[in-house]
Design a protein around this ligand. Sequence first.
Ligand code: PNW
Length: 446
Amino acid sequence: ESEPSPVADLRFPPGFGWGAATSAYQIEGAAKEDGRGESIWDTFSRTPGRTRNGDTGDVAADHYHRYAEDLDLMRDLGLKSYRFSISWPRVQADGSGVPNQRGLDFYRRLVDGLHERGIAPMATLFHWDLPQALQDAGGWESREVAYRFADYADIVFGALGDRVPVWLTINEPKTVVQNGYLSGHHAPGHRAPQAAYLVAHHLQLAHGLAVRALRDGGGTGRIGPAFNLHPCYPADDSPGAAEATRLYDGYENRLYLDSALTGRYPDDVLADLGPDSRMVRGIRDGDLDVISAPVDLVAVQYYTPIYVTADGTTVRRWPTSEADWQQIHPDGMYDILTRVTRDYGPVPLTVTENGLPTPDTLAADGTVDDAGRIRFLRDHLAAAHRALAAGVPLEGFHVWSLLDNFEWAEGYDQRWGLVYVDYPTQRRVPKRSAHWYREVIAAGGL
Ligand code: PNW
């Protein structure tokens, strides 16, 4: 394991957005404070059997109270960009109606603290914590929720728009579809394929309505979607595998990219869903114009490739991380970034998540040695650098995650942070990877 030399061989452009990412429910805690309402993740995580060890985000990394200390950690790392999410039920407890000023004030303090430390805020409007009241009214299966989201976005733009240069609309619509409505291992925990793709359409609609709300409100910030993209490769050389991979790619990537960036849903996916599917019946005239409202950037989250066989199942090709769904394949970063640029043109891209869980422990000498994270990030940054060299307009790279946090159904067992959180004491300990990342940022590359 060699540490980087102070002079970088792989230089990133000046102004590159070296960053780290988090989300509200995963770090904030303070679940009942300052007028916060309940979200579907409160309900889900408090339901026995849904999360590992019954873990919830009630306390998480207690960031709501410790944000000032966390801002200092970011400054010490030398971050240029910090991606966080805004909790809708802190802003509107029931997902509609008058805003809760105390909730907005928290994000104002956070954003001001970032500026004071020279870090650019990047705010995600929705990272899965839907107000429970809206779920009770049908959740994302209800078209109405997309309009409620636009109202919420408008409130947030009004409160913070002057201080947030980059907005992301919906975090990973695909994960809501696949985990929330197909496998059911995320909130709201349904297994309903017909509902799932209607949800996809309403999430895309919500994205477009929020873009429109920013423009209509005269907002000066930039805005875009945040997609987790999976490069899909055939598992073998058979024509059947190639064909199955194409459709798989439609569901994983083109469903979201095509609708948002070209104003069309992919024909193969629509045909596969069928004209009587709830999604296809739920598309109204004009929806795709809303969904494809011009964006300023596309946020790309890359974790793993997928290898598809002729019968449409998947196989494992590379070693996995502690997350069983994650195969470690840095070339996938290059492939997915160059593909987005090739297929959708020169829209600016930023990597908003990349990382892995490691089996970290706090040693007696107070250090945390996560050599696996250093190797992983080095290899993925090198792949991102190759994409830059190939002409991809890549603006930044955000490690998932700044802090160890509530990893959804996996609870606190998986540690994804650059910074270790000792949950009993809430002490923060920068891991070896954090020290390494600080030097990468200072050197401007690897
Ligand atoms: C993302 N997959 O979720 C989320 O945006 C984060 O909140 C989460 O903590 C992080 O990645 C790590 O899981 C994903 O199956 C969930 O490929 C599933 C997948 C990818 C990302």
